[in-house]
Design a protein around this ligand. Sequence first.
Ligand code: QAP
Ligand code: CO
Length: 203
Amino acid sequence: MVYTAITGRFRVVIIGPARMLTAVYTFLLEFHHKAMTIRTILEFPDPRLRTTAAPVATVDKRIRHLLDDMLETMYEAKGIGLAATQIDVHERIVVMDLSEERDSPLILINPEVEIIGDGQLEHDEGCLSVPGFYETVSRPDCIRLRALNEKGEAFELEPDGLQAVCIQHELDHLNGKLFVDYLSALKRQRIRKKLEKLHRQSA
Ligand code: QAP
Ligand code: CO
């Protein structure tokens, strides 16, 4: 039930608790400098994807704002990982979320990977910068990750399975490398031609 009263120039609307909460949340988003922006994702074969990203010197407000935008952009695109390179920001930052519920972000700042075992793992990979294409890639299975979190604190992880694959895929982006680089030149060229055609059509 919505009750409306006209009081002079103002319309007073009495709303339910759910809508009230939504209104308060919208207000906080707009006026608390927490507003996030969905950024444009570069697509293969854009040469900017070949840039080597620079280390983050200090994890400050600017970096945390960028992390918010990256998470928003990744969730909106229904991705599981996004590197700053993909939104044309050439700093060593990655966001990931492998959870079904999309509520467990993992943030990697200045990530470094060390291979600590012999095994290889084959996995089908896709990429928000190579939309619509999925191919099998083989990568080291046993790795150790060292990175900083959103507070600038160092942490370590020994991921396996999809998490190990995704971390290596995202770290490649920071070095200007794409999963299509592991495919044959013929496959890569086919993907490039199809994406170039799509880009022409939408231009
Ligand atoms: C990297 O990729 C990854 O083609 C993250 O139409 C992917 O989030 C690592 C996506 C798989 C390991 C395994 C791709 C969304 C998302 C598309 C992604 C698409 C829509 C890719
Ligand atoms: Co990617």
